[in-house]
Ligand binder design. Sequence first.
Ligand SMILES: Cc1cc2nc3c(=O)[nH]c(=O)nc-3n(C[C@H](O)[C@H](O)[C@H](O)COP(=O)(O)OP(=O)(O)OC[C@H]3O[C@@H](n4cnc5c(N)ncnc54)[C@H](O)[C@@H]3O)c2cc1C
Length: 449
Amino acid sequence: MMNKRTFLKLFAAVIGSRFVAPMIAWAGGEKISNWAGNIEYSTDRIQSSASAEEVRDFVRKQSRMKVLGTRHCFNTIADSKDYLLSVKELNEAVAVDPAAHTVTVDAGITYGKLSPVLHEKGWALHNLASLPHISVAGACTTATHGSGEKNGNLATAVAALELVTASGDMVRLSREKDSETFQAAVVGLGALGVITKLTLDVQPSFQMRQYVYERLPLRQMADHFDAIEGSAYSVSLFTDWQKERVNEVWLKCRMGAQAFEAKPEFFGAKLATKNLHPIAELSAENCTEQMGVPGPWYERLPHFRMGFTPSAGKELQSEYFVSRKHAVEALLAVERLRGRVGPHLMISEIRTIAADNLLMSPCYKQDSVAIHFTWKQDWPAVRNVLPVIERELAPFKVRPHWGKLFTMSPKDLRSVYGDRLEAFIKVARNFDPGGKFRNDFLNTNIFGA
Ligand SMILES: Cc1cc2nc3c(=O)[nH]c(=O)nc-3n(C[C@H](O)[C@H](O)[C@H](O)COP(=O)(O)OP(=O)(O)OC[C@H]3O[C@@H](n4cnc5c(N)ncnc54)[C@H](O)[C@@H]3O)c2cc1C
């Protein structure tokens, strides 16, 4: 096995270069892969649509298909054996409604493209994921999240959406008018149809500062978890679970009334004196500005900058959600697995997310903590470790991230999602009675569960 030093050196060499999207040929009978390269989609039949009308035409002609966003999922949720429809080109419209405090966007737009436009018009989103390169529709449909105990996941910003259903009809759902159907549709796991537009809540634009502290003792984390999480708008704890400490604490602070005062020490951790990458050995060149330098929300909320790759793509990811009230117990349970986890791990991240009311969200009606793992790209090894983590977290009714790797069984999923799963399936069947948008992932984990 490659030792950690050699691995990080190789990894650093690749990510040091400027980001070039790993686009693979779309046509010519070649199959394409997801962003990380660990999944090759099962068909080479790929079409791209640039308008809602084109999407409707395409959907009418297919008996089975899946939509592709920016291909950032690590599992087969986006895969199809039949046809893939890319909405990458559906990325133009950005219409702000200042009275309603909303913006309406094309589904395929990335947060990286949307955010500066929004900021220029004086508006902001409530939160962003670790990277801005992902599509809005793809992110919301898998309940993608950032951090912040008062911040719901990115899907909680959705106020309305437009969907092409299996029949090719266009349906508009809004939070205001379609409460139950809407709550099922927003984190729709790609099972209801092709989302063509989303309307998102916005708020007046704001400035932020980001500070990083190093070496938070594990005991401090356990004893003061609530105070630590409550100390900034968005808090991320990065750890390799070794040496009884959290390696880095990233505090993303809104400027204004209750501005964070960056003292040299934070619960025993030390204020960093230079920008850091979550993996301290790697260059921080591709990371958002730290050291308290003020900047707009969209240049501080993600960890990684838009123009650069957030990683080599040579990685795997898993993430597990448990109720916030079990946060410390669950974190200590994972820490006890450090010997099993350590050899395969690049870094873990701990984030908090506010409760929501979206049926298939892992944070449904419970404030949550998310325990994330960035793994070296060695699936046979990772596949052996995941059940160990899942078993350890099972007493806390753990839920996996829909876009990342997990080995929990359909039965486990049914037991944690309960009646909500049935309610979701009912709505999905209503929009897609023949299963046009289903694939093996959905058939196994949702419809067969
Ligand atoms: C480096 C990296 C960092 C990440 N960081 C985070 C993070 O900080 N937080 C987090 O929660 N997740 C994170 N993720 C996971 C990522 O946010 C999710 O996988 C998300 O779904 C990616 O969106 P996408 O457009 O790339 O989706 P894709 O992989 O393209 O598709 C995902 C699903 O969405 C469906 N879909 C896409 N577009 C549409 C549409 N228009 N209509 C209907 N269905 C659609 C697809 O069919 C599929 O089911 C990260 C992933 C990577 C690779």
